[in-house]
Design a protein around this ligand. Structure first.
Ligand SMILES: *[C@@H]1O[C@H](CO)[C@@H](O)[C@H](O)[C@H]1NC(C)=O
Ligand SMILES: *[C@@H]1O[C@H](CO)[C@@H](O)[C@H](O)[C@H]1NC(C)=O
Ligand SMILES: *[C@@H]1O[C@H](CO)[C@@H](O)[C@H](O)[C@H]1NC(C)=O
Ligand SMILES: *[C@@H]1O[C@H](CO)[C@@H](O)[C@H](O)[C@H]1NC(C)=O
Length: 204
């Protein structure tokens, strides 16, 4: 257990300052389309993170991703198979819990396993007008999957570049993780205190 604490303190020492937000861009797994077929890619959004001045999050990193149209909340049972379908709208999909497994009927070599939670945000742009076929989504988790579907305003695809084919991987979200322990002034003290809390929670 003291070993865990030592590792956390070491990490804290490395994270003495906030990452530079203006050079940080969000990367999300996206279902796109090329030559009439759906694709799975890791997209980097053009609009960078900025330092928020909004009450409650002032000083933290915020990226304004796009204008949106509306928001729906879906509860999808464990084991559900959404079948092959097109994105109903050009939209953000945020999986808050559960597990989504996305495959492409046209390309068996690529798939995305998206766990709900911190990295559960994807973008879906394979609407019927750009690909007749689309993608397949299955929900193989043992819990329900919760999905927030957020169509963009006027069906716009937010400006982005393609980092690589296939879903985003750990390296593509490393910039988010950098914030875990940054920003605290007395970092090692705070982390030590947190470690104590975690340990006592574990022992309960
Ligand atoms: C939600 O947004 C989409 C895309 O803009 C639109 O087509 C749809 O009618 C909207 N649904 C509701 C219930 O407002
Ligand atoms: C999938 O991978 C196989 C084996 O590496 C390769 O022969 C095939 O061309 C690939 N298919 C596509 C659509 O990339
Ligand atoms: C997005 O990807 C770039 C390049 O791989 C990486 O430097 C950056 O940290 C990633 N962004 C986030 C928010 O993780
Ligand atoms: C940091 O810790 C020192 C020593 O415990 C304390 O005197 C100081 O007020 C702390 N600073 C902040 C910003 O919490």
């Amino acid at each position: 257990m003291p070993e865990q604490k030592r590792v956390l303190c070491k990490l804290a020492a490395l994270a003495l300052s906030l990452p530079l937000v203006s050079s940080l861009n969000l990367n999300v797994t996206a279902i796109g389309a090329r030559d009439g077929f759906a694709t799975l890619e890791c997209w980097q959004m053009d609009s960078p993170f900025e330092t928020s001045s909004q009450p409650g999050t002032s000083g933290t990193a915020m990226a304004m991703l796009s204008s949106v149209s509306n928001l729906s909340y879906s509860i999808i049972p464990s084991g559900f198979d959404g079948g092959v379908h097109n994105a109903p709208y050009t939209q953000w999909v945020m999986f808050t819990t559960g597990l989504a497994y996305i495959t492409l009927p046209s390309d068996g070599n690529v798939s995305a396993l998206v766990p709900g939670g911190q990295f559960g945000l994807i973008f879906a742009a394979d609407t019927k007008d750009v690909t007749p076929e689309g993608h397949r989504t299955q929900y193989p988790g043992i819990t329900e999957t919760i999905a927030l579907q957020i169509p963009t305003k006027d069906g716009k695809v937010p400006p982005h570049s393609v980092l690589h084919t296939g879903p985003c991987i750990a390296n593509d979200v490393a910039g988010v993780r950098e914030f875990a322990m940054a920003g605290a002034t007395n970092v090692s003290q705070k982390v030590e205190a947190r470690a104590e809390n975690l340990l006592s929670f574990h022992l309960r």
